[in-house]
Design a protein around this ligand. Sequence first.
Ligand SMILES: [Zn+2]
Length: 471
Amino acid sequence: MLSLFLFGCTENTESQKNSYEIKLAYNDETHTLLGDMTVNYINTTGESLDYVCFHLYPNAFREGSTQSVVSLANYNRAYYNGKSYGDIDIISSNKEYSFIGEDENILKLELSSPLAPNDFVILNIEFQTVLPEINHRIGVGENTINFGNAVPILCVYEHGDFDLNGYNSNGDPFYSEIADYSVQLAFPEKYKLASTGEVVSESVDEGNKLVNITAEDVRDFVFVLSEKFEVLSEEVGQTTVDYYFYDDENPEESLKTSVLALQTFNELFGEYPYTTLKVVEASFVHGGMEFPNLVLISDSLYSYETYLAVIVHEIAHQWWYGLVGNDQYNYGWLDEGLAEFSTALFYEKNSEYNLDKDQMTLRNQSNYNIFKKIYTDVLGSVDTKFNRALDEFANEQEYVYTAYVKAYLMHDTLYELLGEKTYLKCLKRYFNENQFKLATPENLISAFSKASGKNLESFFYSWFEDKVIIG
Ligand SMILES: [Zn+2]
């Protein structure tokens, strides 16, 4: 379906951003999300295009998929009700379409005529996503229904083709560009909603809530429903921080930590430009998950101290992943290492938590060395390089101890080498140069080299190539 009032009839030359207009309806009896999506796609590739591709991430959850959505260690915590499946079906499109990938996780739309550079095309996709029963980014969880990666999303075009990487359970296999979203969402009225973007209107019709949402300059659109949500809110400058919870004995403290994280990172890195940030306690197998304007914090973390640390880590991702995007499939360490190190900077600036950067560094050094020793003892050797793609890691542990922990240690070494003032100047430069864009490791090296006045290429490559000894 095409809404002309949104797109106009002339070529869109003002904005180079893609925009999504999506109508969504959730049926909680069948666990299905029915969607009708119209995308205004602008060809910014500089080349003529014959087709456009979208990720269909929910197909990783379907029966017989080649990729497991959780590691064996997390299986029982994820599938609380036994194995369950989900998927995404394409009902129709205004273009001819086909599927690519082992699990049909890429949708390819053929354009009727070649799309010239800077020209635009209207793409329509009607789809139905079936949610599995699982405590995951997408899934009907024990306490919340999570709609992460539930709708088709444009693949990034680079190096002469669309990025076709599928799913991988080792990390967050997502990669997308900044876009604008206009969403109309219907769901049973008993649920409370947390979503990316701002709710602009809300009404109730025959037992369903109808909500209109706009989200500008975001990398994705996500929402969470729960009957159990309570909400606490606080303003930070232009931003309203909403904390959604149902099983938290210290909700004021959790909100306070969210507020402090936003304030601290605003100061350290550059201003968070959105009016909303939602911190959402959720049924989630991992510790937490970052989405634009919204973070999931697992309701089953083993300590409250960890719960708060996850809040800080996920909020740091609003800068590293959200504002400064990156290819999380090929360079997961780029945002994870920074989110971890930003958490240490948070504790360094907020002494009331009785945890500082030095303690975090010691803990990370010790954890890294234990990981390395155990894996070397058992397997004879272990690959500790972090600068590789998710499918090149042998398992989740190898990914976590390198892309999070070792990349943290790289930033800590850099911080000690340059001093706090210069390190933060470098980080601000990286933020300013790459805000709303997609950064690469080279962009990080370049920003740090330019802002510090030192050529740091060999420093970074010695870490990439595993030539450092961690004491
Ligand atoms: Zn993270």
